[in-house]
Write a protein that binds this ligand. Sequence first.
Ligand code: AMP
Length: 593
Amino acid sequence: MQKFAQTCDAVAATTKKLQKTALVAEYLKSRSLHEAAVSAIFLSGKPFPAWEETTLQVGGALLWRIVAELAEKDDVELSAAYRRHGDLGAVAGELLPQKPGQGLNILEVSEKFREIAAARGATKKAALVRDLLAGATPLEAKYIIKIVTGDLRIGLKESLVEEAIAKAYGATLAEVQRANMLLGDIGETLRLAAQRKLAEAKMRLFHPLGFMLASPIESAEEGLSYFAEAAVEDKYDGIRAQAHVSAGKVKIFSRTRDEITESFPELPNALASLPYDAILDGEIVAWEYPRAAADTRQLVDEPQSEEGEEKATSLGRARPFSVLQQRLGRKKVSEKMLHDNPVAFLAFDVLYANGDLLIEQPLRERAQILDELLAAERQTIHHRVTDTQRKSQSKFEFEQEQVMTASVIRAPVFRAASADDLEELFTSAQARGNEGLMIKDLDSLYLPGKRGKSWLKMKRELATLDVVVTAVEYGHGRRIGVLSDYTFAVWDGDKLVNIGKAYSGLTDAEIAEMTHWFLEHTIEDQGFRRIVEPKIVLEVAFNNMMRSDRHDSGFALRFPRIVRLRPDKSREEADTIESVQEIFKKQERKSNQ
Ligand code: AMP
């Protein structure tokens, strides 16, 4: 691990990409295959390969406490060092004592990470982390902590590790990238590169691929400015999901690549009816099913025709995210919950079907394959429903069974040729209870994990709120040394009540300036968190609002984003709980329309 840490220090010391990759390549070649594979994962700033669901679940506060204890420093000294470095790993590197007998092999560190991930309970985890850091040299501890917090901060992205692997083992960058994309495992990719077997990398079912992401657009005109032919879909407000299906076995993964199959026991049933192995990309949405059995798989391609409109609504409609929220994170889902809060899988892409990886085919072709796949699936469902209908004893049982089987829906696709078409589609998407639109380039390939201009998202804010910052925290990743996470509040009479927390939207310069201000105006220093004088006013936007006991206002915001600082407003001018209630009511009215 010492050699690894030295290499990281050397990589951090140069800004030249070529030099960084040369240093990494040289280091990788000097290691055994095992060590090099683990190193590649660590060099991407992760404790485990990307595809794995394992997480360490070790928070910043715990690390902070352990570093303080091992370094024998109090909070004031540690905070001072943290301000100097802006990184807990670097703080450990400076403050931890060098002792004889320290030093770890990188494979040992990897094993310890697994033990920490598997440990249940904070005390057990803390003891293992403490042991690991106590056995490491200060330089090793520096990088162990950086890996635990998920960012090495040495200017080395996974793409540079891919370059280094190509350089070290004489492969082309494209070969390495392709294998890594398919495997989601940079360590395994390195092994194949070292054995000159990159071409053998195969997509593995039940290992989630990265999700293709969308870029926001500001106007309908912009939505049609990047490509020739656009497919337009509603933007559903649910959770992104990737379903892997093979021979009756089904697993569903979330955007963080965690398995979420258990929370949606009705979906495997429906997905297992696909005629062949497949990976579908889609959104799980709380769904109101139409009373009559509907044809759920049309491709609707005239913009705004009444027929198109009718087809889109005959599928049923989305219910608000707050309904879906009650289904999330549950290991056991009651019959009542299944019945009262049914969901649908709105499928909008297919990444693999019947033995063929499809991500390198244009959306135009993938869409067609998806249509065919789901049309075939509908036949099976139809038979099953009629069968159930015949057998079912009670009405309730039949309704239940219908929901259990008819829940994979092809997300309707529209076409738009002008900005006006888009505006109209946008309005009707919102009238259907959806967030807005997704505009996709029909000629684009599926790029896992990439946010580009082939997928665009068009949505409008529900409203914005002017809020007062009451507490701040140090950020993560690039923002680790600055106070960039803000908890904010609105007025309830003459009291400020918290309503949310946000960490994006300001420029680096603004954050630096705010950090300075907050440090000077701290009421209580809690280490990672500071209660600050409630004087700074922000404008925040959000996707919607829900009732929640997370904050003392009784409300929480979904996807809050800082729009801008409002130095022009005094704190007295911030919004009140009454305006929050007003927005909430408006939102409920809209979703009931
Ligand atoms: P955002 O979360 O605002 O960045 O928007 C991107 C997310 O919208 C995706 O990750 C999906 O979860 C979601 N989404 C909803 N409908 C669609 C759709 N038709 N196509 C792609 N993504 C969608």
